[in-house]
Ligand binder design. Structure first.
Ligand code: ADP
Ligand code: MG
Length: 516
């Protein structure tokens, strides 16, 4: 017969499986910080008992993961489990008893005598490792709460979190790293692993829509995830300014200063270029910066330009912004744009094929917000028209003029073919026929080019109208004509201008040129 110790080891192995499954569902750092220190104590009367190094583990884990842990445990143990009992490890229980009752959010804590003789041996092994002595456990950004002032910090941190809300989706997990942003990403990660140490201040700059706000929110989340007591203020220079002004008006400047200077562990300020030209706010921000910096608190800033290029920013602020590290984000390359689209599609539950992702990524190049906007518009159209997201729909959404122009009575593809044929003295069926003779092939290519540049039809649609040719034939034709135009070929230029003025009598010949 197996002994109860054997039975316990067996259950403990099952618990490890529960942990392994949970591990897959969160980032590695969250798992290491919060789940590795947990110990399995047993299951009794449908209650799963888990040991934690400190009650704050229960405060943090319970609201986020209780139901997931319960459902996994029911599955793996094949037992009905109704609730979790969080048991603070022995040395901590003593401390809490001296401090009086635990808060109600704490489900239950057993007395110091909870280690039964059968589980004692296993438990010693399972008792959470000391953080300092375990090299695998990352250094937590701020000390773990054990004193009264620490619970005051938790209270303040919670209030700040409610007041300065982070964007829930702007997390490191959702940030795609590529050549264009890898430095900024690495610096952001390093600053959130060891706030207030090496990368202080962290200054991220980039043009609009390239991920600054996303990245600094990720820093805020990462720090809060690892230490719920970290008092993080995430704000914008604009909000800082308006809070400062209303604090002055309402004579609450002391409260404002206490919040920003002494009750803050991490200050994240978006778009500091907004401070430009605001002397009084810059003065206030200067002192805020100094107070935090000298107390080794992490400061994170973003702007559309590097510090020294921000106009009307006091020199002393410029120089302070350069004390730490400044990292820029460049427009993403094609691969990164595709990866971002796929990530976004996955998050939004949109079915996006490789080919459509490529189609969008190739066309929307400079701004990620626009890239996402295009994807969402596409998803919305697909939904409205009850059809899948394919190349034709992508083309329709990316070239909205198609529809409008058709509705405004713009020339049809047939009218265009007729105009091209007439200009070159060909019959329609010759133009769209099989002949590869130069005298027909070039006019045909001009026709395809115009269908693309003037009617904004998709390559597929154009191919169909030109005798059932495929997408790549049309693409090559368009490229060839665009190339000839670029070289300044006079015959092609003349032909195109003439056909354009037939089709669009009220547009000047030079109104639109070149391949998009
Ligand atoms: P910025 O603050 O630089 O103007 P944002 O951070 O607001 O830009 O980014 C615009 C949009 O693009 C956001 O929805 C953001 O999630 C997304 N985005 C930017 N960079 C990335 C990235 N590397 N991976 C995933 N999404 C990104
Ligand atoms: Mg922004």
């Amino acid at each position: 017969m197996p002994s109860s110790a054997d039975n316990f080891s067996c259950m403990n192995a099952t618990w490890e499986k529960v942990l392994a499954e949970l591990r897959k569902r969160m980032s590695e750092h969250t798992f290491t910080a919060w789940f590795e220190p947990l110990g399995f104590l047993g299951i009794e009367n449908s209650v799963l008992r888990i040991s934690i190094p400190h009650r704050f583990f229960a405060d943090w884990i319970a609201p986020r993961y209780s139901s997931e842990i319960l459902s996994l445990a029911c599955n793996f143990f094949s037992l009905p489990i109704e609730r979790i009992e969080w048991v603070v490890a022995q040395e901590k229980v003593q401390e809490h008893q001296e401090k009086g009752p635990l808060p109600p959010s704490f489900e239950s804590v057993t007395s110091p005598g909870w280690i039964s003789s059968t589980t004692e041996g296993v438990l010693r092994r399972l008792t959470p490792k000391s953080r300092a002595s375990d090299p695998r456990t990352p250094e937590l950004p701020f000390t773990h709460p054990t004193t009264h002032s620490e619970s005051a910090r938790l209270e303040e941190a919670t209030q700040l979190a409610a007041r300065y809300r982070l964007h829930p989706r702007y997390r490191f997990e959702n940030f795609v790293v590529g050549l264009s942003n890898q430095l900024a990403h690495a610096a952001a990660l390093a600053a959130s692993e060891r706030p207030g140490k090496r990368y202080n201040p962290l200054f991220i700059y980039a043009k609009v829509g390239l991920g600054k706000t996303h990245l600094i929110n990720a820093i805020g989340h990462h720090i809060r995830d690892r230490d719920p007591c970290a008092r993080v203020i995430y704000t914008s220079a604009e909000r800082f300014t308006s809070e400062f002004i209303s604090a002055l008006q309402q004579r609450r400047i002391d409260e404002f200063r206490a919040r920003y200077r002494s009750r803050c562990d991490v200050l994240i300020v978006d778009d500091v270029q907004f401070l430009a030209g605001r002397e009084q706010t810059q003065e206030e921000f200067f002192h805020t910066f100094n107070a935090l910096y000298h107390a080794d608190k992490q400061i994170v800033l973003t702007s559309d330009l590097p510090p020294h290029q921000i106009q009307a920013l006091e020199e002393r602020l410029v120089s302070r912004f350069q004390w730490g590290i400044a990292a820029d984000i460049q427009p993403p390359e094609l691969d990164t744009r595709m990866a971002i689209l796929k990530k976004k599609a996955e998050l939004e539950g949109i079915a996006l094929s490789e080919e459509v992702a490529f189609y969008i990524a190739e066309r929307v190049q400079s701004n990620i917000r626009e890239l996402e906007g295009t994807l969402l518009r596409l998803a919305m159209q697909a939904d409205l028209q009850k059809r899948p997201i394919d190349l034709a729909l992508a083309d329709f959404v990316l070239n909205p003029r198609n529809k409008e122009e058709k509705e405004r009575g713009e020339p049809s593809i047939d009218a265009l073919i007729a105009a091209v044929a007439s200009h070159f003295g060909l019959r329609r069926d010759e133009l769209i026929g099989e002949s590869r003779h130069r005298g027909v092939a070039i006019p045909r290519m001009v026709g395809m080019y115009l269908a693309r540049s003037e009617l904004h039809l998709s390559y597929g649609e154009i191919g169909k109208s030109f005798g059932g040719r495929d997408h790549s034939t049309v693409l090559n034709a368009c490229r060839r004509i665009a190339g000839l135009l670029e070289q300044g070929n006079p015959q092609i230029q003349l032909a195109i201008n003439a056909i354009r003025s037939t089709l669009f009598p009220d547009k000047s010949p030079s109104a639109s040129q070149g391949e998009s």
